[in-house]
Design a protein around this ligand. Structure first.
Ligand code: NAP
Length: 252
């Protein structure tokens, strides 16, 4: 089996790559940095690796060219990041680059893989969203909205592909130990400091995602608190959701 995982130079994607390798899959990896993951170098020496910025059209095309026409069994749209700033304080180019990665690249690769996997009669697509997909997120507004898009798009695509042998799984992690917080510029805040949302390891999140994907499940929400927060819209009015997220993600 061949697995391609975007954003696998570190964090959740790197853990997914390790899990797929341990299951005997051929793994193709990407990141933005030219250096390859240095831990387990003898293992990752076997994996093709592309350093590419997938937030650009040129990067997306270079990536698809690099993949070539060979069959892919498992494709993971994991590359993504957030920006922790109010909308009015965010540089518009940075915000658009994030949306191009989280939304545009994921949409383009999902479509491409759906076509290819449908033709081969088998395939597993895993799209990484977030518990942010279920709620509006003051101070990270565009990131939360991008993940709501990922969930909605992936759910609908999974339905369109019923009966084709191709499944689409959406992974919705909550706070997870990785470079995400540093990359987003997140500082001390109740969300990361309090007991409300336990921070999971990248390995346990990756394992839940890969397991659900191989079983063809539509959704994976690892962790009980994350599962409960995905249900918040059912019992919390929108204004309470906004107030709670505003507090959780506000500076201390
Ligand atoms: N950590 C969390 O709390 C959390 C919670 C919910 C959802 N998620 C989602 O989980 C996914 C993985 O995040 P993570 O926590 O593992 O974060 P991470 O440690 O920061 O890893 C992000 C990965 O994406 C790659 N990447 C970043 N910008 C890119 C770009 N412009 N083009 C191509 N690749 C790019 C990075 O490559 P380089 O390192 O080489 O730059 C890295 O491999 C993301 O979609 C994120 O939104 C994370």
């Amino acid at each position: 089996m061949k697995a391609v995982i975007t954003g696998s130079s570190t964090g959740i994607g790197l853990e997914m790559a390790k899990i797929c390798l341990s299951q005997g899959m051929e793994v193709w990896m990407t990141g933005t940095r030219s250096e390859r993951p240095n831990e387990n170098s003898e293992l990752f020496g076997l994996c093709p690796y592309l350093a590419v910025d997938l937030s650009t059209k040129e990067g997306q095309e270079a990536f698809l060219d690099w993949l070539g026409p060979e069959p892919i069994d498992v494709f993971v749209n994991n590359a993504g990041y957030g920006i922790w700033k109010d909308v009015v304080d965010t540089d518009p180019d940075s915000m658009e680059a994030m949306i191009r990665l989280n939304v545009e690249a994921l949409t383009r690769f999902s479509r491409e893989m759906a076509i290819r996997m449908k033709a081969q009669g088998y395939g597993r697509i895993l799209n990484v969203a977030s518990t942010a997909a279920f709620l509006p997120g003051p101070h990270m507004a565009a990131y939360y909205a991008s993940k709501a898009y990922v969930l909605s798009f992936s759910d609908a695509l999974s339905w369109e592909l019923r009966g084709t042998g191709v499944t689409v799984t959406t992974l919705c992690p909550g706070p997870t130990r990785s470079r995400f917080f540093e990359r987003a510029g997140m500082a001390a805040m109740p969300l990361l400091d309090g007991p409300w949302m336990p921070i999971m390891t990248a390995h346990s999140v990756a394992k839940a995602g890969i397991n659900a994907t191989l079983r063809g499940k539509r959704r994976a929400i690892p962790g009980i608190m994350n599962f409960l927060s995905s249900k918040a819209p059912i019992f919390m009015p929108r204004s309470i959701q906004l107030g709670t997220l505003n507090w959780l993600q506000g500076s201390k």
